[in-house]
Design a protein. Sequence first.
Length: 142
Amino acid sequence: MNFTLNGNRKTYNGDPQLSLLNYLREIEGIISPKDGCAPQAACGCCTVELNGKAVLSCVIPMKKVENGSVKTVEGLTEYQKRTIANAFVEKCGVQCGFCIPGIVMQAMILFDKNLSPTRDEITKTLTPNHDLPGLNRPVTHR
């Protein structure tokens, strides 16, 4: 199957049931999407962009990627990375390195569609990343 990954054409001839997350991490060496709960699709740490939509890569089989376009944090421009990082720091929205790539991808996909989202739109967008302080639940310490 052929697809685009971070702007580069790829061909994959392996197991069509392999998760996109495992493909990215094990075959491509892209480690920004994290395995926080696979295959439950509950934490959002594995979020990537697939055909312009945020998806949880731990439950997307490679067969669904055929003829598509996948983007990870590594596929963002330097300007996008700087802008989103500065915005999170300015608003004290820093997170650990484990969950932030999924949060960044969720935010970038939202901003691609709407440069001035409401708080409710932001909350809805980031809901898959459950442990964000100040959104839907109080901060919990593990």
